[in-house]
Structure formats: structure tokens, C-alpha cells
Design a protein around this ligand. Structure first.
Ligand code: S3P
Length: 465
């Protein structure tokens, strides 16, 4: 197994030349510091980076991408598109050139999506419209995540699957082609499901319609238009009805990927909870379906300001500055969940420093992310001496101004956001906080530790001394 891992790492290096990691320690430890200061740039947005590679590989002609997130999840999607017949080439730091070479074709081996739920679900949608057979797999975390939410709709459109449907997990084999457009009314607001269906619909006959109960991030709709696709989006209740005519070919384009608000959240959170801090993250995407956390922090009394608002890559971006703040617990509106679903772990970490209760409900989806994020945040915060109550679809953190106790080693179950949330907590805790599986941070935020330490943090390899 080690040999095959090494082989895969070398193959990645040869193909993309972007990856220099060889081995990482088993734990990282964050210790209390007296203030974080500086100006940084967030890595490229993960959602947009997956989409840019996939759409580029499906399109006719050349797509040039700048600001691509070079995290492990995205590199896995790049390798997948290459295995499916597209040309994918790194031409500089964050700069990639992708070229579709006609219809996607059956890959030679298994498509390993690593840790990436977005990668595997969007790729399944993308390939379903082509006459090909592809097997998808992933790491231990991905192998636990539900797939029926995507295979169900794709099967209704005509895709066939070899898998154990009762287990509802990868690995699975998809046979694509011969799809017809269908109307789906989604029960959960999920951009991954919506995107998979729309991508399949591009190569279906007739019209594909997706109706969502609430609005989920709309990067697919925006980017499909930039790639020349025709689609109609209308408001319906609290969500959208999206109509996409079948038989459409995408055209290569230029994609500028802005900074990821989900990643920017970590240095900003650290500034909010470490006394004496002021941190600015430049070029953060401000799509309103991604900024629920910023609004929530403002509601909690955070000193958070956004300047230099401008348009970049079809999205509004701005520079976000956070200063150490006296926070107060709030009830987070449930209808905000979709706009900050990945941000509840770091919100919970900051809530530990807020006066009173922060109530986070209506977030059952957190249990089927890279880990059961409700259970892991409850366990991690409790181990650090924070009062937390777990509910089936949410959790409540009761905080207090001033440092939390810390002094724990936290299980992260291969989940990058659980790891980063606890390391941020450790920067403001009385005792150091250690996390397992720190290598997972590179799935979404390569360079996280270096960035935090550059701001004045103290995160080191290994256990607490
Ligand atoms: C994503 C959508 C979200 C989010 C994930 C990225 C996307 O998942 O949690 O990290 O890029 O479409 P769901 O749409 O399934 O909630």
C-alpha cells in the first residue's frame, strides 16, 4: 500500500509538477500567542477550482485558469479530467491550461478522487452524459459519504451503476450515455447535487430542470454561462428553478479564481479570538451565497470590515479585515445554513470565546461532510474544556470571553476543517491544542501553517511539549 501511495505521489509530481510534499508528521500543535498581524491572500476558491478544471476539460478549445487552488482535492480532479481524455497542464503558479479533446472517454484505471466529495459528485455528473465507463473511489473519509443523492438523479436520467446501492458508497462504476433530461425537485439545498445534474443535462436530450428548496452556491450556473452554455434561472419560493436545454457544447474560456472565503475564515477567526490581532485577507470572494459566516460574526459583534470591493472572475471580491473582538453568542438563523455550511466548525471555535450561547441548528448536513462535523466539533471542543450540547441536527456552544482551557489532542477523522478549526482555537487557548492527520489540511489550504505562523502564530509539527 505504501509503495502504491509513493507511486501515486510520484505520478502526480510528474504530471503536474506542483506537489512537493513527501511526508508530514502525525500531529500539529498550536500554542497561545499574543497577537496576529499582517496582510495575506487566501488560496483560490475550492468550489470554483473544481469546476474550472471539469468544465475546461468538457469544453471545446482552450481554458486558461489563474488563481487555481493547488490543493490535493483539486489536483485529484485535474488528474481525473486527464484520465478522461482532457489535456491538463500546469503553466505557472496557480496557472493551468486545460483543453477538451472531444467527448470524454473511459479512463484506464480507477478515478481516485481522494478526499473530495465535490470532486467525485461533479465528475460523476460530468461523465454521465458520455458513452463511457468509469470507476470512482476515494480515501477513507470519502468512502463513508452518501452518493445516492447523486446516483439517484443520474440513474433517472439513464446512467447505469455497478455498486452496492444499499451501502450507498464509493467505490462505484458508472456507465454513461443515452441520457434524457428530467425535472428534479431537490429536498436538500445542495450545490453538489444541483451541479451534477446540470452537468449531466448538458449531454442529455431534452430539457433538464432542477428546483432547489433554498438557494445553494451558484458557481456552476455562473461558470456555465461563462463557458457559453444557455440556462434559465428563476426564483421559486426560497430557492431557484434552473432550466438547462440538452445537447450543449461548452467553449473554453479564461477563468480567474478568487480567494476562498471558506479558507479566509481561518486567519480571520484567529484574529477575532487572539487579543491584540489585526489581520487582512485580500481578494476574498464575496458571493452572497458564501458569506453567511461573515454576517454571523458581525451579528456576534465582530470587528470585521470589508474594503476594496470589486469584480474579479465574474464574482464580487473584497479585502476582509478582522481585529480582536468581544463576541456575543447568538442564535444563527437556520436559513443561513447553506451559505456557510462549511464554516460551522470555525464558527464553533470562535463561539467558544463569545459570551453566552451560540445556537447552531438546521445543520444536519454537517454530519455527511468530510467527517461527522457536529460530532467531531462537540468532541474536540469538549476536550478543550468548552461547554457544548449536541443535538441531532445541530449543536450549541456556550462560551466565555477570555482563553479556553485547551490542552487536548483532537481526533480530526481526516477532515481538514476540523483540524484547522482546532489549531485556530489553540492559538488562543491556555494550554496547547494538538490535531491528528494534519496532512489533510493540504486538501483545501496548502500553506496554512506557514501563513498562520507568518502572521505571528505558533503552530509546530508534533505533540505538545
Ligand atoms: C460545494 C458544496 C457544498 C460544500 C462543499 C463544496 C460545492 O456541499 O459543503 O464543500 O462546491 O458545490 P453541498 O452542496 O453538498 O452542501
Amino acid at each position: 500500500a505504501v509503495k502504491s501511495l509513493l507511486f501515486r505521489a510520484c505520478a502526480a509530481l510528474l504530471t503536474f509538477g506542483a506537489c512537493t510534499r513527501v511526508s508530514t508528521p502525525q500531529t500539529f500543535t498550536a500554542s497561545r500567542v499574543s497577537g496576529l498581524r499582517g496582510v495575506v491572500r487566501a488560496p483560490g476558491d475550492k468550489s470554483m477550482s473544481h469546476r474550472a478544471l471539469i468544465f475546461g476539460g468538457m469544453a471545446e478549445g482552450v481554458t486558461e485558469i489563474e488563481g487555481l487552488l493547488e490543493g490535493d482535492d483539486i489536483l485529484a480532479t485535474g488528474r481525473a479530467m486527464q484520465a478522461l481524455g482532457a489535456s491538463v497542464e500546469r503553466i505557472g503558479e496557480g496557472r493551468w491550461r486545460v483543453e477538451g479533446r472531444g467527448p470524454l472517454r473511459s479512463p484506464d484505471g480507477v478515478i481516485d478522487c481522494g478526499n473530495a466529495g465535490t470532486g467525485v459528485r461533479l465528475l460523476m455528473g460530468a461523465v454521465a452524459g458520455y458513452e463511457l465507463t468509469a470507476t470512482f473511489d476515494g480515501d477513507a473519509s470519502l468512502r463513508k459519504r452518501p452518493m445516492k443523492r447523486v446516483t439517484g438523479p443520474l440513474a433517472e436520467m439513464g446512467a447505469r451503476f455497478d455498486w452496492n446501492a444499499a451501502e450507498d458508497r464509493v467505490p462505484l462504476t458508472l456507465h454513461g450515455g443515452g441520457l434524457k433530461g428530467v425535472t428534479f425537485v431537490q429536498s436538500v439545498a445542495s450545490a453538489q447535487i444541483k451541479s451534477a445534474i446540470l452537468l449531466a443535462g448538458l449531454n442529455a436530450t431534452g430539457e433538464t430542470v432542477v428546483v432547489e428548496p433554498e438557494k445553494s452556491r451558484d458557481h456552476t450556473e455562473r461558470m456555465l454561462r461563462a463557458f457559453g452554455a444557455e440556462l434559465e434561472v428563476t426564483e421559486e419560493g426560497a430557492g431557484w428553478r434552473i432550466r438547462l436545454p440538452g445537447g450543449q457544447r461548452l467553449k473554453g474560456t479564461h477563468v480567474a479564481v478568487p480567494g476562498d472565503p471558506s479558507s479566509a475564515a481561518f486567519p480571520l477567526a484567529a484574529a477575532l479570538v487572539v487579543p491584540g490581532s489585526e489581520v487582512t485577507v485580500e481578494g476574498v470572494m464575496l458571493n452572497p451565497l458564501r458569506t453567511g459566516l461573515f454576517q454571523t460574526w458581525l451579528d456576534m459583534g465582530a470587528d470585521l470590515t470589508i474594503t476594496n470591493r470589486r469584480m474579479a472572475g465574474g464574482e464580487e471580491v473584497g479585502d476582509v479585515t478582522a481585529r480582536h473582538s468581544a463576541l456575543t453568542g447568538i442564535v444563527v438563523p437556520e436559513d443561513r445554513a447553506a451559505s456557510m455550511i462549511d464554516e460551522y466548525p470555525i464558527l464553533a471555535a470562535t463561539a467558544a470565546f463569545a459570551e453566552g450561547r451560540t445556537v447552531m441548528r438546521g445543520v444536519g448536513e454537517m454530519r455527511v461532510k468530510e467527517s461527522d462535523r457536529i460530532a467531531l466539533m462537540v468532541a474536540g471542543l469538549s476536550a478543550c474544556g468548552v461547554q457544548v450540547e449536541e443535538e441531532p441536527e445541530g449543536f450549541i456552544v456556550t462560551g466565555a470571553p477570555g482563553p479556553v482551557k485547551g490542552g487536548a489532542t483532537v481526533d480530526t477523522a481526516h477532515d481538514h476543517r476540523i483540524a484547522m478549526s482546532h489549531l485556530v482555537l489553540g492559538l488562543a487557548a491556555e494550554q496547547p491544542v494538538s490535531v491528528h492527520d494534519p496532512e489533510m489540511i493540504a486538501t483545501s489550504f496548502p500553506g496554512f501553517v506557514e501563513m498562520m505562523n507568518g502572521l505571528g502564530g505558533n503552530i509546530v509539527a508534533g505533540d505538545a511539549a
